[in-house]
Ligand binder design. Structure first.
Ligand SMILES: [Zn+2]
Length: 295
């Protein structure tokens, strides 16, 4: 189990899966340039890119953040038993995610905060589990911190009627977000929000309009602001999943600047091993200095 220490906070990576991304690089990045990939091959292979297969490596994991006051699960992967025909990598999974969480020392009832950086299907799955044929919140004692803007966008009952016609989105919201809302466990946040003094939720729009991130002393949990480490060198490159391209670039640059200036480590949701990076800035741009787990 990989754990990083930030002062008196412990951060443990809980893996759901790691492997090839669903798309080759030229389809994954909207501004892809093969010459750039070739230039960075020395550090990208084999943990972040497999040259022989021309495939990027992406991880899907949660961050278990233990502070003196809270046990937080940040981002909830894809989950088990979910109907995701439209995204084969995540269709009807059956992974030992909760066993891995237990091995890290956290039972579902120990988690008091679940936070989703956004509501794409690979960030909400473990919000719920299937029990007696019904989707129920996995973490009975947790409040689920969700961006209100994000929730309103994805809720097919709400402001985006075009989503109601998208069966995939409708299903994901219905099985992984709606049960949390109905259980009264959601805390919808607007703008900047303090979970407590040291844990700050901030808007980070671009990948989705309502995307948020979590900052604490020494770390930034950036969700999908940065999908793949190549975007540290190429912050102008968006993934195919970023819905507001210009804002996504601006937010990515802002997060990288913050990390470079403050020394905060970057904890994204999809980086391959060792999953965490410090950010250096120079006249040539940003670069990643990977930071292995302390334990
Ligand atoms: Zn994602």
């Amino acid at each position: 189990m990989a754990t990083w220490k930030l002062g008196d906070v412990q951060v443990t990576r809980i893996e759901e899966m790691i492997g090839e991304a669903s798309y080759p690089p030229a389809e994954y990045f909207s501004e892809f340039d093969r010459a750039v990939l070739e230039r960075h091959l020395g550090w990208l292979a084999p943990n972040h890119y497999i040259p022989a297969r021309n495939m990027l490596i992406t991880s899907v994991h949660s961050w278990l953040i233990r502070t003196p006051h809270h046990t937080i699960l940040l981002d909830a992967c894809a989950g088990n038993h979910k109907e995701r025909q439209w995204w084969p990598r995540f269709h009807q999974l059956n992974t030992p995610f909760l066993e891995r969480l237990a091995a890290a020392g956290a039972r579902p009832e120990d988690v008091d905060v679940v936070m989703c950086t956004h509501l794409h299907a690979d960030h909400i799955g473990w919000n719920t589990v299937l029990r007696d044929g019904r989707w129920v919140p996995t973490f009975p004692n947790a409040k689920y911190v969700l961006s209100r803007k994000e929730c309103e966008f994805w809720d097919p009952r709400g402001k985006s009627p075009e989503l109601a016609a998208d069966p995939g989105r409708r299903v994901a919201f219905a099985d992984s977000v709606l049960p949390v809302l109905e259980a009264g466990q959601a805390q919808l946040v607007d703008g900047t929000h303090a979970i407590d003094d040291g844990l700050i939720v901030e808007p980070a729009p671009g990948h989705t309009d309502g995307h948020v991130l979590l900052k604490l002393s020494g770390g930034v949990f950036c969700g999908d602001v940065i999908h793949h480490p190549l975007q540290i060198c190429m912050p102008q490159w968006n993934s195919r999943f970023c819905v507001l391209p210009d804002q996504a670039r601006a937010t990515r640059r802002k997060v990288l600047e913050h990390c470079a200036e403050s020394g905060a480590l970057l904890f994204p949701t999809h980086f391959g091993a060792p999953h965490v990076a410090a950010i250096d800035a120079s006249a040539r741009g940003f670069s990643a200095r990977f930071v292995a787990a302390a334990v």
